[in-house]
Design a protein. Structure first.
Length: 279
């Protein structure tokens, strides 16, 4: 295959999750969706959240095409400022129009990923494959997981606001996980984590397991399980996802059996998400 030949680098399951989630959101925003309905726990309305999602999907598609699209400074605060500016410049708030745009840009992302040239093997290949995103460089697979994560998070918000079932599933969480693990060091709240030292063993029920080590304001994420940890956390995948994105607090889940913790310091489990600031 030459350096200019098109290739498909995304798995069929990931492609289906992205296009399926976009279609689910478009259906949410169909007839009867109230643009002015408030998003629970947020400052945005349904129309504003949907507009942000349409803009974000367009941004992701451009990134997959190889276009440079600076967006914020990579910090949660910088992303929030960039979001506010983009919404102020984009006046569309019709849910049906925005739902169609969300789906259209999701499909454009997949097409751009399929058409992205495959770099020649050798030194510099990883750099050639990397895409510069609002949260730093990522390969295309992680960028696709980023797109999926972002849609599921805001899709959940829209579903709650409109009183409809959300579209998050254990399978979709598993496909979003590569982005969540990549982003974890980038969204660490260094001030909250200062002086904290602990190693967490985290397992998603029926899915992957990984290790998170926090030490003096830095975090390291690695696959697999070490011999010695401070706290083991077993979590329902959807609950883990919602907690990771700040959509659910850590205190109700244990009472419902969605999170279990044990080990030398099991009391660390409820505070785990406190060390991260979701953008």
């Amino acid at each position: 295959m030459t350096a200019t030949a098109a290739h498909t680098s995304l798995s069929p399951r990931l492609v289906e999750a992205i296009t399926g989630s976009a279609a689910d959101i478009a259906r949410l925003l169909g007839p009867g969706a109230d643009s002015a309905a408030p998003i629970p726990g947020a400052l945005w309305s349904v129309g504003e959240s949907a507009a942000h999602l349409a803009l974000a999907n367009e941004l992701m598609a451009d990134l997959a095409r190889g276009r440079q699209r600076p967006y914020g400074d990579g910090t949660p605060g910088g992303l929030a400022e960039a979001n506010a500016r983009s919404l102020a410049d984009y006046g569309e708030r019709d849910p049906a129009v925005l739902g169609a745009a969300i789906a259209r840009h999701a499909h454009a992302f997949i097409e751009a990923a399929d058409q992205r040239p495959e770099p020649e093997p050798g030194p510099g290949t990883a750099a050639a494959e990397a895409v510069l995103t609002p949260l730093g460089p990522m390969d295309l697979e992680v960028l696709a997981a980023y797109l999926l994560t972002h849609m599921l998070g805001h899709g959940y918000d829209l579903a709650r606001a409109l009183g409809r079932p959300h579209m998050i599933s254990a399978e979709r969480v598993g496909l979003a996980l590569p982005f969540l693990l990549t982003a974890m060091p980038r969204v660490l709240d260094a001030s909250a984590a200062a002086g904290h030292r602990a190693r967490y063993r985290i397992g998603l029920r029926g899915g992957p397991r990984f290790t998170v080590t926090i030490a003096d304001g830095a975090v390291q994420v690695s696959p697999g399980l070490p011999d010695r940890t401070d706290c083991t956390i077993s979590c329902d995948p959807v609950t883990f996802f919602l907690m990771a994105l700040g959509r659910r607090g850590p205190w109700s889940a244990p009472a419902r059996g969605q999170v279990l913790a044990w080990g030398r310091r099991p009391w660390l489990a409820p505070g785990f998400t406190h060390y991260f600031r979701a953008p």
